[in-house]
Ligand binder design. Structure first.
Ligand code: ZN
Length: 485
């Protein structure tokens, strides 16, 4: 009888939780201010590189929003190890009758150069064979590197391809002592954008992106025997460490407050465009979920943290430093999740090579089954703020969203408010809310992996390549970043 009663109590509890998630999803699918929030962050505050005034405004804006709703939050300062910003950049190509001013942009963490004139050479695709062909001529020259077209059809695969290409070409160019690298923009119609140099803050090269149409013209001229020279000035401020701030909101758990379910999105962007797809939209989404849980007075069993990260674009720094600052809590994290692929449909989650996770998430998604189908993809992925959770052995997720228009506007002037799919944001919010609520009220938990187990994951996947692409490999190997025991 006693057993039957407690069973009954358990059943009624889970029924109450089911009511809670249905209510939460219903409210989120209705008319909320998520889009107005996004418009404030993007149109009013605008692009917000970590270290800029706009970034500090964004931190205060997010804090004010949480304060208005009486959601507990902390502003958690951390040290950015290296500052970088571009003041101005210019490039002119001369040769024969040609005297052409070009539309270029420096890659983030490019070194500065002052009117550096050098031969401009056709670097092909920057392959080993191309560098063999160039031989000694590459030393001291500007190398023009061709990239494949990135459009909405190739999407994220093209973006990861471009990161991988840069990793290899930057290393080859450094070895031969090139004056600098000019990557052809992968995106047609004169679009330039700011990708990070492959070594991030460790970069010691001059690296530019040149709009595609003129880069193709120069390539044709070089391939038909014209001798060209390029003069470029890259004026950057680079150097000193400074303080940046994560904003962490918290809804305390009732029965198991020590267990932490963390969902995050990065507040920072680069200064081109207004960081709408990357990643204002997901910041606004998570803030709104926190708001609706609070307004409904819903009480999760575990503590939910909503993390608005900073320094993501400059080496995933905010989440890394957060992990360091919360070292004594790391055994208590149930999950560390990131949303960072714009406003395309959430199809499921990348579950990081933890086969126990997909069936849990499938269960959490049941209340929003009509927004499916969903499919979890159980591979580890490096490139956003789940990374430091991964190398701490904590279950980690990235929302697996359709690319939609994400990659083609990535880090470009064109990443602005109107690119966001407003209807899909509401649907994605409901999906996210269901998964957050599922994690926050479940009793299942995955063990934290040891360093040996993380090594096993690395050795059985392509993680090493990904970690090298995002310049985090050496720090892992040296034990400076990631779990040590
Ligand atoms: Zn991002």
């Amino acid at each position: 009888m006693r057993i039957a009663l407690s069973l009954l109590a358990m059943l009624s509890l889970s029924a109450a939780q089911a009511d809670d998630v249905d209510e939460l999803v219903r409210v989120i699918l209705e008319d909320t201010t998520v889009i107005e929030d996004l418009q404030e962050l993007t149109d009013t505050i605008g692009g917000r590189p970590t270290g800029s005034d706009a970034n500090r405004k964004a931190v205060d804006w997010a804090a004010d929003k949480f304060r208005e709703e009486e959601i507990a939050f902390t502003k958690e300062d951390f040290t950015m190890p290296f500052s970088w910003s571009e003041n101005s950049v210019s490039a002119t190509v001369t040769g024969g009758d040609l005297d052409l001013e070009l539309n270029v942009l420096s890659k983030a963490f490019s070194t500065g150069v002052d009117a550096l004139e050098a031969p401009l050479l056709d670097g092909g695709t920057g392959s080993e064979a191309d560098f063999e062909r160039l031989g000694d001529t590459a030393s001291g020259a500007w190398l023009l590197i061709e990239t494949p077209v990135l459009d909405d059809k190739i999407g994220l695969a093209g973006l990861f391809g471009e990161f991988g290409l840069a990793r290899d070409v930057d290393a080859r160019a450094l070895k031969v002592g090139a004056a600098g690298i000019i990557y052809m923009s992968s995106r047609p119609k004169n679009l330039v954008y700011r990708l990070p140099a492959s070594r991030f803050a460790g970069n010691r090269q001059a690296i530019l992106v040149m709009e595609r149409e003129h880069a193709l013209r120069l390539q044709r001229l070089l391939r038909t025997g014209h001798e060209l020279a390029m003069t470029a000035t890259i004026d950057v401020d680079a150097g000193d460490p400074y303080t940046a701030t994560n904003v962490i909101a918290e809804i305390p758990g009732t029965t198991r407050p020590d267990e932490i379910v963390l969902f995050g999105a990065h507040l920072d962007s680069w200064g081109l465009g207004t960081g709408a797809l990357d990643n204002g939209v997901n910041v606004a989404m998570l803030m709104n979920i926190a708001r609706q849980i609070t307004r409904l007075g819903l009480k999760p069993e575990r503590t939910i943290r909503f993390a608005l990260w900073n320094g993501e674009e400059q080496g995933l720094v905010g989440s890394w430093k957060y992990i360091e600052q919360h070292a004594d809590e790391l055994d208590n994290f149930i999950v560390g999740a990131s949303f960072d692929i714009g406003s395309g449909r959430t199809n499921g989650f990348f579950t990081g090579g933890r086969p126990e996770l997909p069936p849990l998430i499938d269960t959490y998604l049941e209340p929003v089954a009509e927004l499916g189908p969903f499919q979890q993809i159980d591979i580890p992925l490096v490139g956003t703020d789940n990374y430091d959770f991964m190398v701490q052995g904590i279950p980690n997720l990235i929302a697996a969203q359709s690319d939609a228009n994400y990659a083609s506007n990535y880090h470009a002037e064109s990443d602005t408010f109107e690119k966001v799919d407003q209807a899909q944001v509401r649907l994605n919010s409901a999906i996210a809310a269901a998964v957050i609520w599922g994690f926050a009220n479940d009793t299942d938990r995955l063990p934290r992996q040891t360093r040996a187990e993380i090594w096993k994951l690395i050795n059985s996947t392509d993680l090493e390549t990904q970690m090298r692409t995002f310049a985090v490999w050496d720090a892992w190997v040296k034990g400076e970043r990631g779990r040590n025991d």
